[in-house]
Design a protein around this ligand. Structure first.
Ligand code: ZN
Ligand code: ZN
Ligand code: FE
Length: 764
């Protein structure tokens, strides 16, 4: 019998051992490069029962993908044994098919020991077992063995070694197993990186010192699982504001870590679905509505600067013993944000972290277990009771995603630019990397290329095909084209979005794909981003889009949404007196209009993101943004969700269909001048976009006969819009596919590229 899937480092062999012995079966179990193999001997019906229970009672972290069985000649042995790891796989070839599991939050058994004064790991920050602890972030190579992890420098003490070798023990073959006598230790460093002497029982004092730093309103750097975090007292406005200033992170909301569900419920609305996400062993940041629907009631508990003007708050529960101990000692909500300056990747190497975070952190809580793979916190949110991943990283990567195509030849897909990920495909599996960041600087590019090399080694994938975006200037495109000896496949950005949505849902299409985002390279020389594609995995036809408008100043129009307001108002042929957006930008307004009219440095775009920008600027939400999507995010926050009426947008009935987005802007401007409340206008705009999408889908169904719609692209991170669109489409009898396991934003692009490449290069 062979078991494949995530079956190593998750307690699978001891589980097989105890299951077999409890049933009175004899035989053996072991690990090899392919997974777990076992031979069991006994009565046929008992063996049958064994196979049923094998899948039913598998350990919590195991993901069984395939069990294959074959008859063997009985040996007559009465024993059941766990045998040594074999270096080769089932057929003797030294392949690496073993799947490494993701990092996992501290389990209940370990937490109980952490709190038990009689336990030798009482209060120990690195307690873990087969069911929990670091995995992906500490693995250097496979097979998953301690010698190939960053725990290799910590030889086990006799007691740990005994547990490690005892098949009946919870720590049997738990590679990171350790204790205060043999494992990593915590140290507090001051702002200059000098160790601070602490007194008292070993292992406890750095925590107390760190909690004191938080209580004093200072910024604490904490070494976590996948990188360094910066922490402050979430209730302290001064501390949160100082962190914002030093990090140069003016507007993006911070996540907050709280001790437990009860503490989370004091800050945000937690229903059953949200509770399941918060307490899952993956422990993502969960975006949830703040208590009392807004900015009021939780103030005092959470300072205004933590998530300014946001109806939602990103909440997570502790996922390492260190976090548990720190939060208990500090006894309050704690901001926990990536240890970096603005857009750089999260710091994870000790020396680098000390250098980069100098001037930000007042003190460092560090330890001597190295982080091998930089991995950020994941971000999810519930949508209609189901988890929707917005940033896929710690706790999720590198768990492979089953896909609805076969990679007949291994594929490397290089993704896009913002929120970059890469994806390796082999067989029926896609290995999607963790979130890497915006591929715009050398540091992130290095993280991207190192990550690809690591994944190739870890999963033994030697790609023969490289998939990339059509944008010639993306670093990811150039990287793919510079690879020698690989067949390259260019995939249009929005086709990749729709393919990603299909793969996420285990489908192959065809569908009516609605890809709404900020920017994507269009093969016709315009910038796409409000697209209706009749698509399957292989190809697409552009069946509709938002009518194009000029982007005056090109990239400047992305940074300054007021330029899009000017462009859209011009396209709408309206300029009512008294529009504040015009007076605020009086000096350059005429010049921008000229630029738009003459098409000088004003590329045409059908981007939905730019339409949202225009309305946001029109309503005075903001004239300039400091991060991608900011104006649209704030426009959503502004909208009165109880408003159900909408602005109509005409659909120009040609091929491809064109939605006249300028109609929405004209109506919004008229309402604004008439004194209609801004939250009402914001809502009518959202509802108008939803109505137009539904209208076009209905028309395309008439033309194509397709009854399924796939929604993808970063604009669908907008819950209000997605909710409205999904509802209206369902009312009109459509099946609607939305993202769940991979982000609808550009973090999902590489998966889409990979499955498109697989479909296009499949034989026959
Ligand atoms: Zn555990
Ligand atoms: Zn030990
Ligand atoms: Fe996109």
């Amino acid at each position: 019998m062979r078991v494949e899937g995530i079956v190593q480092g998750v307690g699978f062999r001891p589980f097989v051992y105890s299951l077999a012995t409890s049933l009175g079966l004899s035989g053996l179990v072991g690990n090899d490069m392919d997974g777990v193999f076992a031979e069991v001997e006994g009565d046929a019906d008992v063996v049958e029962r064994f196979l049923v229970l094998l899948e039913q009672r598998a350990p919590p972290l195991a993901r069984i993908e395939r069990v294959t069985t074959a008859g063997l000649a009985p040996t007559g042995s009465a024993e059941f044994a766990i045998v040594a790891s074999a270096a080769a796989g089932a057929d003797g070839a030294a392949r690496r098919r073993t799947l490494i599991s993701a990092d996992t939050a501290t389990c209940a058994d370990c937490l109980a020991e952490l709190d038990d004064p009689a336990d030798r790991r009482f209060g120990y920050s690195f307690i873990n077992c087969t069911n929990c602890g670091p995995r992906f972030t500490i693995v250097r190579d496979v097979p998953y063995d301690r010698a190939l992890t960053t725990m290799s420098g910590f030889p086990m003490c006799d007691r740990c070694a005994a547990e490690y070798q005892d098949p009946a023990d919870r720590r049997f073959h738990a590679q990171p197993v350790c204790c205060p006598a043999c494992g990593p230790t915590l140290t507090m460093l001051d702002a200059a990186g000098t160790a601070t002497p602490t007194t008292g029982p070993p292992g406890t004092d750095p925590i107390a010192a760190a909690a004191a730093v938080l209580r004093a309103g200072q910024v604490l750097a904490v070494k976590g699982l996948g990188g360094y975090h910066l922490a402050v007292d979430a209730a302290s406005e001064a501390a949160a504001a100082a962190l914002r200033g030093r990090k140069h992170r003016e507007d993006k909301p911070f996540a907050v870590m709280v001790a437990d569900l009860a503490a989370a419920r004091e800050l945000v609305e937690v229903d059953d679905a949200a509770a399941a996400m918060l307490t899952s062993p993956r422990r993502p940041i969960v975006l949830l509505p703040r208590r009392g629907s807004g900015t009021g009631p939780d103030t005092g508990r959470v300072a205004p600067s933590v998530a300014p003007g946001n109806r939602q708050l990103g909440i997570m529960l502790p996922y390492t013993p260190l976090h548990h101990l720190l939060l208990r000692t500090f006894a309050g909500p704690m901001v926990l944000t990536s240890g970096n300056v603005s857009d750089e990747p999260i710091a994870y190497r000790d020396a680098d972290a000390l250098e980069r975070l100098a001037g930000i952190a007042d003190a460092f809580l560090v330890h001597d277990r190295a982080i091998h793979m930089r991995t950020d916190d994941s971000v999810v949110r519930p949508f209609r009771g189901r988890e929707t991943v917005l940033r896929r990283a710690r706790g999720y990567a590198p768990e492979p995603l089953p896909v609805p195509v076969t990679f007949t030849r291994p594929v490397l897909a290089c993704g896009a630019e913002l929120k970059s990920t890469f994806c390796l495909g082999r067989g029926r599996h896609a290995f999607l990397s963790q979130h890497i960041g915006d591929l715009e600087n050398a540091e992130t590019l290095a993280s991207f290329t190192d990550g690809i090399a690591h994944f190739r080694r870890l999963f033994d994938i030697d790609p023969q095909i490289a998939a990339h975006d059509l944008h010639p200037d993306y670093l990811s495109t150039r990287f793919a084209q510079d690879l020698t000896g690989l067949e390259v496949v260019g995939v249009q950005h929005h086709h990749a979005h729709i393919a990603s949505c299909l793969a996420d849902n285990g489908e192959t299409g065809p569908v009516i794909g609605v890809a709404f985002d900020g920017t994507g390279y269009g093969p016709d020389g315009t910038i796409w981003g409000g697209e209706f594609l009749l698509a399957d995995l292989k190809g697409f036809e552009r069946a509709g889009h938002l009518a194009t408008v000029p982007m005056p100043g090109g990239a400047a129009a992305i940074r300054q949404p007021w330029r899009m307001a000017a462009s859209y108002l011009a396209a709408a042929g309206t300029a009512p007196d008294g529009l504040a957006v015009m007076t605020r930008n009086e000096q350059s307004w005429a010049a921008v209009l000229t630029m738009a009219r003459r098409g000088i440095n004003a590329p045409a775009t059908s981007s939905a993101g730019r339409l949202f920008d225009a309305v946001a600027a029109l309503l005075g939400v903001r004239d300039a943004v400091r991060y991608e999507g900011q104006a649209a995010i704030e426009l959503e926050q502004l909208a009165d969700t109880t408003v159900v009426d909408w602005y109509p947008a005409a659909v120009d009935d040609r091929d491809p269909l064109r939605i006249l987005g300028m109609d929405l802007v004209r109506a919004a401007a008229a309402d604004l001048v008439a004194g209609v409340a801004r939250p009402v206008i914001a809502a009518r705009f959202h509802n108008g976009v939803a109505a137009a999408i539904t209208e076009v889908c209905a028309e395309l169904r008439d033309r194509s006969g397709l009854g399924t719609v796939g929604l993808s692209g970063g604009v669908f991170q907008n819950v209000l819009l997605t909710e409205r669109v999904a509802t209206q489409l369902a009312e009109r009898g459509f099946r609607v596919l939305v993202h769940h396991r991979v982000p609808c934003n550009d973090g999902g692009i590489s998966l889409g590229q990979a499955v498109v490449a697989a479909a296009r290069t499949a034989p026959g």
